[in-house]
Design a protein around this ligand. Structure first.
Ligand code: NDP
Ligand code: GUE
Length: 282
């Protein structure tokens, strides 16, 4: 079997055409120009790749973008103070704090400070609680993008067995919840999973969000499975995922490439969430 390649770049581009029109409308009818503030602390390679794409897309869709690149040794109190200032600013509708943070900063303490109304990546525990309960809230960008890709390619979720590799609060756990809410039977795997291969071999849908190139090989994937690669590592200056794309694409029914798959959707979902936070409804 040769997998169909899920073209995240194309799907995202089509969504952005609609978003750009909506942003124009919000500005002309209500005088609101949606603004996004992004904070990076330190120089995580995957975070920098996110920023590069995000800047391009803010410009393309007409969003105001404010970037804060703070040094690795930033004090937790100073980061909290910046977030509190952004919470108050009327020209900032969305706040994205990029993870991971340096070890001396508590992600739990800092993410709790982000106003739930501006929390465009669903990091605040109030929004995570709503997500847990299946209530309306700003959905985390990466899993939201993954679900949109599955829907766009008419891939059935209900009743399917899904395995998620990785249990972070921004990708693995919320992706598992969102698939569960769509009636998949979900397994969450992580670094202490005893038999990763056995779990994956049994799955119709595999989502990998680990950040280890080559982790998912073709012997771990059942023929006809749908393979979604959310991993983003930088290897010899190139962006790569977790999946051995060449080999796995000979067994899967659908597969996402890196770049051009999940990452391309994440940035576009971010814009969609900022628009929602700025008060736009379809
Ligand atoms: N494409 C996109 O838009 C996005 C991509 N990313 C990328 O996704 C990757 C993961 O990031 P993030 O979600 O923040 O997760 P984290 O980096 O916080 O955690 C990684 C997860 O992978 C698990 N893990 C580590 N090694 C193994 C292994 N050998 N087998 C199985 N599981 C393992 C860890 O398990 P344990 O919990 O036991 O430690 C942990 O749950 C990174 O490459 C990141 O850059 C992130 C966000 C968006
Ligand atoms: N709170 C938080 N939320 C995140 O979603 C988050 C984060 N922190 N920290 C860093 C990781 C990494 N990440 C990427 C998103 C898009 C691309 C992306 O757009 N990639 C393009 C290619 C870009 C290029 O070529 O450089 C693609 O895959 O096609 C990459 C990486 C989000 N992350």
């Amino acid at each position: 079997m040769r997998a169909e390649i899920i073209d995240g770049k194309m799907v995202a581009k089509n969504i952005r055409i609609k978003l750009a029109a909506a942003i124009k409308k919000l500005e002309s009818e209500r005088g609101i120009k949606p603004g996004l503030a992004t904070i990076i602390v330190g120089s995580d390679a995957a975070s920098l790749s996110y920023v590069k794409n995000k800047e391009k897309i803010c410009l393309e869709t007409g969003l105001n973008s404010f970037s804060y690149n703070l040094p690795e040794d930033t004090r937790e109190g100073d980061l909290i103070q910046l977030i509190e200032e952004l919470n108050k600013r009327e020209d900032v509708h969305g706040i994205l704090l990029q993870l991971p943070l340096p070890e001396h900063i508590s992600a739990d303490r800092v993410t709790s400070v982000i106003s739930p109304l501006k929390d465009v990546d669903c990091l605040n525990p109030i929004n995570l609680g709503k997500l847990f309960k299946g209530q309306q809230c700003l959905m985390p960008c990466t899993p939201k993008g993954i679900i949109k890709l599955l829907e766009e390619y008419k891939i059935e979720i209900s009743g399917k067995k899904a395995a998620i590799v990785g249990r972070s609060s921004i990708v693995g756990k919320p992706a598992a919840l969102m698939l569960l809410n769509k009636h998949a039977t979900v397994t969450i795997c992580h670094s202490r999973t005893a038999e990763l291969k056995a779990e994956l071999m049994d799955s119709d849908i595999i989502i990998s969000a680990v950040g280890k190139p080559g982790l998912i090989t073709d012997d771990m994937v059942k023929v006809g499975a749908v393979v979604i690669d959310a991993g983003t590592s930088v290897l010899n200056g190139k962006l790569v995922g977790d999946v051995d794309f060449e080999k796995v694409s000979q067994k899967a029914s659908y597969i996402t490439p890196v770049p051009g798959g999940v990452g391309a959707m994440t940035t576009t979902m971010l814009i969609e969430n900022v628009l929602e936070a700025a008060g736009y409804h379809e």
